[in-house]
Structure formats: C-alpha cells, structure tokens
Design a protein around this ligand. Structure first.
Ligand SMILES: CC[C@@H](C(=O)O)C(=O)SCCNC(=O)CCNC(=O)[C@H](O)C(C)(C)COP(=O)(O)OP(=O)(O)OC[C@H]1O[C@@H](n2cnc3c(N)ncnc32)[C@H](O)[C@@H]1OP(=O)(O)O
Ligand SMILES: [Co+2]
Length: 138
C-alpha cells in the first residue's frame, strides 16, 4: 500500500545551524532555502540526497507539533518518515480498519499535496507521514 520513501523528517532547534551542517555534508546545490509553513507550525528546509530528501523542521512556536519532540530531544533528531501513496483517502480507510490512529484530517504539506500523519504508537514507534502523489511512488 505504501509507495516510495519521499523524505525523512529531522527536527532541529536551529534550522540555520542545521542548514550550515548539511551544506557542509551535501553541498550548497543540494540544500534548499528555508521557508515557513504556519499551518503546520514549522519552518522547513529540504536537503536532496539523491534517492530521497531530508526535511529539516524547526518549530515556529510552542504549539508546534515538533515542540514536544524537541523538549524531549533538545539537540533534535529523526522525527518522521514520509511515504507516498496514490490515494490518501483509501489509505486512511485501510489503515483505520487495522486500528491505526490517523492524526487529524488531511492538510496541504510542504510539497503542495495532501498529507496525513499516523500515530507512532500504532506504527512500531515511528511517526509516519503519508503524502498523496499522482503515481504514489510506483
Ligand atoms: C513540513 C510540513 C509537513 C510535510 O509536508 O512534510 C511535515 O512534515 S510537518 C511535521 C510536523 N508535524 C507533525 O508531526 C504532525 C503530527 N504529529 C503530532 O500530531 C504529534 O507530534 C504527535 C505524534 C501526536 C506527538 O505529540 P507530542 O505531544 O509531541 O507527544 P505525545 O506525548 O502525545 O507522544 C505520544 C507518544 O508518541 C511518542 N512520539 C512523539 N513524537 C514522536 C516521534 N516523532 N517519533 C516517534 N515517537 C514519537 C512519544 O514519545 C509518546 O510515546 P509513549 O511515551 O510511548 O506514549
Ligand atoms: Co514531513
């Protein structure tokens, strides 16, 4: 049901410092400009790694979903995995039928397509993001 790995979310207390770090590791051409997504409560910067992307995320405020994670992990760290799906509504229906908890309703993510999150307690301890793409990564 899940398609290609679209990105790995990495929480950071400072997107400026993380951007410098990943620019050293991957080169400036692979590291994009940071931008705000107020609806998601985060500032974002993508790093192209060839076969996938890292999504650097910094909370915009204390209500951000990343704020609790950083309170527990002040230095930041791996936050979520995002997989592509062809039909987000069908994926939600199938996963809900297995007992997995969907966090909220679909929203528009950083790539301009619909996304939704699945609770880490139902996903083997991993926060999973599903992202709708035309071919679902197949
Ligand atoms: C850039 C935009 C977009 C995109 O287009 O890609 C994004 O990626 S936005 C990314 C940020 N947005 C989100 O994360 C939205 C969904 N997240 C949430 O709703 C919450 O963060 C959460 C998953 C419900 C966690 O809420 P929180 O208040 O931080 O923690 P809890 O105390 O409720 O935790 C419950 C339970 O889950 C464990 N946990 C929390 N975060 C993670 C995580 N990132 N990875 C793995 N496990 C996580 C936490 O430790 C608790 O575990 P137990 O103690 O065992 O119950
Ligand atoms: Co993401």
């Amino acid at each position: 049901m899940f398609g290609r790995l679209n990105h790995v979310g990495v929480a950071t207390p400072s997107i400026v410092k993380s951007r410098e770090h990943y620019t050293r590791l991957f080169g400036a051409a692979c590291v994009g400009e940071a931008f705000d997504l107020p609806e998601q409560g985060v500032r974002v910067c993508f790093v192209d790694t060839g076969n996938t992307q890292l999504e650097l995320i910094e909370p915009l405020n204390d209500a951000s979903p990343v704020a609790g994670f950083l309170a527990r992990n002040p230095a930041g760290g791996q936050h979520h995995l995002c997989f592509e799906v062809t039909d987000l509504n069908a994926a939600i229906t199938d996963l809900t039928a297995t007992g997995a908890r969907v966090l909220g309703t679909p929203r528009i993510g950083a790539h301009g397509t619909r996304i939704v999150f699945l609770h880490p307690r139902d996903m083997g301890g991993v926060l999973v993001e599903l992202m709708e793409t035309p071919d679902g990564g197949h």
